[in-house]
Design a protein around this ligand. Structure first.
Ligand SMILES: Cc1cc2nc3c(=O)[nH]c(=O)nc-3n(C[C@H](O)[C@H](O)[C@H](O)COP(=O)(O)OP(=O)(O)OC[C@H]3O[C@@H](n4cnc5c(N)ncnc54)[C@H](O)[C@@H]3O)c2cc1C
Length: 429
């Protein structure tokens, strides 16, 4: 099977089961608005929805389709937490760390509130299972529960002992687990297109198949596509791993890395129940982690395989299926119906990047593989700064953005070497 990244959605399970196909117009001719947003993934859509709800005249301009990038292709694992709070404490102190912690709680809540407010049909299920392959990871789980209890964490968490693992997963390779009842999983593309529709209902203008070719900064910025111009008072850049050279100042600030998923045929109800009896989303603790869960129609969606070389693997199924069979040998004779991949944006210190270019163009990017919930709070923080409240934006703007050593052209091989180092450390320890 080959991947097709054209202007239409990649051939994912999510695109095949989208509740509807968006069909917004291209940007043609001259227009103006208060805020022009480049990129209609979760970051752009979330920002647009807040601003539209608050009465701003918003234009959301997408190169392909709403949710075409990582937001429509990801594993749909809804996980709270925004950033490693200790990293923020070391860099910026305790007050900033508290802001980062609260943001981590809020980001998941925003998603749930949006789903409720706009009655979004996106297969939301609660329950998240972290899996341990080694005993020392269970120590980490214990410490994690303690850390969270000390901070009055709002969601129930439970350790699962080795002998009880079959109550949560039909696999023998794990030595324990940690359940978080507040996290869960959902259909990411259906969430994204529904949030865009909600923004439109609040009078946001959405343009698809309109790649932004250049951005002119200054007192009255303008965003240009091949056949159109959008004049704006403020601009938001939300292209994340797909922004490329649209804004030269951001080129090289994050590294696009490929992540890949396969989807089986729908499983018999008894088999689905055997694999994941409580229908939780799961992942293990390795750097190149496996993450998997059931879809609403009981397929196993199995993801993994991070690729830093900027090239998709020749055969995604051939690479991921053996990993899936290691976890679930029961699937030996199960057909794979879909395979796809997408780009995540890695920031070198793994801290999401917020910043501005001149004083009226803002950006947020670099969620480093964990973005379904974080993009939603990023949208809130971007909308806040545009509306005049820069408190939380300022905290993250203070974090220095590291560019990849070796320069733009060598960015991915350098990172690949770095990641190889971490993988080796993991294998050898
Ligand atoms: C395979 C995969 C699995 C993942 N699994 C999970 C998961 O289970 N849980 C989780 O929390 N996170 C996961 N992630 C990460 C998560 O999907 C991302 O962090 C998040 O979706 C980023 O959203 P975004 O809106 O910033 O970027 P994107 O969704 O990538 O959107 C950027 C958009 O900008 C557009 N764009 C770029 N340049 C231009 C331009 N010049 N003009 C107009 N438009 C432009 C692109 O077309 C794209 O639609 C996964 C990612 C991948 C790829």
């Amino acid at each position: 099977m080959a991947m097709h990244d054209t202007n239409e959605h990649t051939r994912s399970y999510f695109a095949a089961t989208a509740n509807w196909q968006t069909d917004y117009p291209r940007l043609l001719g001259e227009h103006s608005c208060n805020v022009a947003i480049v990129g209609a993934g979760f970051t752009g859509v979330s920002t647009a929805l807040y601003l539209a709800e608050w009465g701003y005249d918003v234009a959301l301009i997408e190169a392909n389709r709403v949710g075409w990038g990582a937001s429509g292709r990801n594993g749909g694992q809804l996980i709270d937490g925004f950033v490693d709070v200790n990293k923020i404490e070391r860099r910026l102190g305790a007050d900033a760390a508290e802001v980062a912690y609260q943001i981590g709680i809020e980001c998941r809540d925003i998603v749930i509130q949006r789903i409720e407010k706009y009655s979004i049909d996106c297969d939301l299920r609660f329950g998240y299972l972290d899996l341990a392959l080694q005993e020392k990871e269970i120590d980490y789980f214990r410490a994690e529960i303690k850390r969270k209890q000390e901070r009055n964490y709002p969601h129930k968490m439970e350790l699962v002992a080795r002998e009880d693992m079959h109550s949560v997963i039909g696999s023998d390779i794990y030595v324990g687990g940690l359940i978080n009842h507040g996290n869960g999983h959902l259909h990411p593309l259906n969430l994204c297109i529904a949030e865009a529709r909600a923004a439109e209902q609040n009078d946001a203008k959405i343009f698809e198949q309109s790649p932004v070719t250049s951005i002119h900064h200054g007192a009255c910025p303008r965003v240009e596509t091949e056949h159109g111009v959008m004049h704006a008072e403020k601009v938001v850049l939300a292209g994340n791993a797909y922004l490329g050279k649209t804004e030269p100042k951001l080129y090289g600030a994050v590294i696009p890395a490929g992540s890949y998923i396969i989807a089986t045929e729908p499983l018999a109800p008894e088999l689905a129940k055997e694999l994941l009896p409580q229908d939780m989303a799961t992942c293990d603790q390795r750097v190149g982690l496996d993450y998997f869960r059931l879809s609403a129609d009981k397929r196993l969606l199995f993801g993994g395989l991070c690729n830093y070389l900027g090239r998709d693997p020749k055969d995604i199924t051939a690479t991921l299926r053996p990993k899936m069979l290691k976890v679930f040998p029961q699937l030996e004779n199960t057909r794979i119906d879909y395979e796809w991949g997408g780009n995540i944006a890695i920031s070198i210190n793994r801290i999401p990047q917020f910043g501005r270019i001149k004083n009226n163009t803002y950006y947020a990017q670099g969620y480093s593989g964990h973005g379904v919930a974080p993009t939603h709070i990023a949208g809130r923080i971007l909308a806040d700064v545009i509306a005049g409240d820069s408190a939380r934006f300022d905290v993250f703007e203070r974090v220095r953005h590291l560019k990849i050593p070796g320069g733009k052209w060598f960015a991915n091989p350098t990172l690949a070497l770095g990641m190889l180092y971490f993988r080796l450390k993991e294998v050898l320890q």
